[in-house]
Design a binder for this molecule. Structure first.
Ligand code: AMP
Ligand code: MG
Length: 324
């Protein structure tokens, strides 16, 4: 992927047909484009392209990898990515297009990158209602991840100017579709079972959910229910012990390398031979999974710099290495 220009101020274009077509081309080329949804402006990237997903985390300056929502133009496209339960069908019929995100099991052939799903076997899906978002998603023809288009820790943007103020120089284009109507994020519901589980309150109210799909499980009503979505997205961790900052490697260990690899491992995968952190982020979950093989003593991980995307990569590796 080509790097978005780092010095030029970000272009803002009114969301005409021509601008939407250009934005779709940029997204297909692995670039980042902000666009309006009915909730907030999203920082969009090709969900199937790990490098584009890594660039989103880099642009937002996020210190950790949380799973992102994949956006689709209609329910048929969404069904291609995940296993729809009867509950999911009911919720889709009631609330899509609209500010509802559903967490479902990924299909085995789901092309969305592991980084977008933070290595989990579930995926979060939404069909937004905003006409610009829908036309853009139709034109891209691929799922688009789009967390709120603000630097980490800052308030979600509801206008193209907000986006440019926070992220200028870090994305290729902002499609200006005017102010967002809702300003709240989407409601996130786990729809893998027979009853909806509320993971994050948002634009669709609890009352509306219950009218459509019956009693909802929430943290207040059910203390055993998964709590906040960030915590719930229980972190992917390998079964093998993980050893960080390896200076040497044993013959019965797998090696997760970064830069020139240490010699002598049973099996080696390299996050980035060239020491590129974006490439490393894109490879992280798939490589951890591939190295997590029975019969090995553990996974040794070489040191990664604690800067830029390295912070989020190290955060995830530290969680993976914590005693369980
Ligand atoms: P956003 O920043 O609006 O894209 O927020 C994404 C939200 O969806 C976060 O709260 C995530 O924790 C939640 N989410 C995304 N994917 C999953 C998943 N597979 N399981 C649980 N929660 C998820
Ligand atoms: Mg946000």
């Amino acid at each position: 992927m080509t790097e978005p220009a780092k010095t030029e101020p970000t272009r803002i274009l009114p969301a005409t047909d021509a601008a939407i077509a250009e934005a779709a081309g940029l997204l297909r080329a692995g670039q980042l484009v902000a666009f309006p949804t009915e909730t907030v402006y999203g920082l969009g990237g090709d969900a199937t392209e790990g490098r584009a997903v890594a660039a989103i985390f880099a642009a937002k300056g996020r210190p950790s990898f949380n799973p992102l929502i994949s956006h689709l133009p209609n329910v048929a496209r969404a069904r291609e990515l995940a296993l729809f339960t009867p509950l999911a069908e009911k919720l889709a019929a009631a609330f899509w297009p609209g500010p509802l995100t559903m967490v479902l099991k990924r299909r085995p052939d789901c092309p969305v990158s592991d980084l977008a799903c933070a290595g989990l076997d579930t995926i979060a899906l939404r069909v937004p209602a905003h006409p610009v978002a829908r036309r853009l998603l139709e034109a891209v023809g691929r799922p688009v991840v789009a967390p709120s288009a603000n630097p980490s820790g800052r308030v979600s943007p509801t206008s193209a100017q907000h986006v440019a103020e926070g992220l200028t120089g870090k994305l290729a284009l902002v499609l200006d579709g005017g102010p967002c109507a809702i300003g709240l994020e989407s409601t996130v519901v786990d729809a893998t079972g027979t009853r909806p589980v509320l993971l994050r309150p948002g634009g669709v109210t609890l009352e509306a959910l219950e009218d459509a799909a019956g009693p909802v499980i929430t943290p207040e009503r059910d203390p055993d229910a998964p709590t906040s979505p960030g915590q719930l997205a229980s972190h992917y961790a390998p079964a093998l012990p993980v050893r960080l900052n390896a200076a040497g490697v044993n013959p019965d260990e797998a090696l997760l390398a970064f830069g020139p690899p240490l010699p002598g491992a049973a099996v080696t995968l390299n996050l980035s031979e060239a020491g590129n952190l974006e490439e490393a982020a894109a490879n992280l979950f798939a490589m951890l999974r591939a190295l997590d093989q029975p019969g090995l003593a553990g996974i040794a991980v070489m040191t990664l710099p604690e800067s830029g995307l390295g912070r989020a990569i190290n955060d995830r590796l530290r969680r993976a290495s914590a005693p369980r």
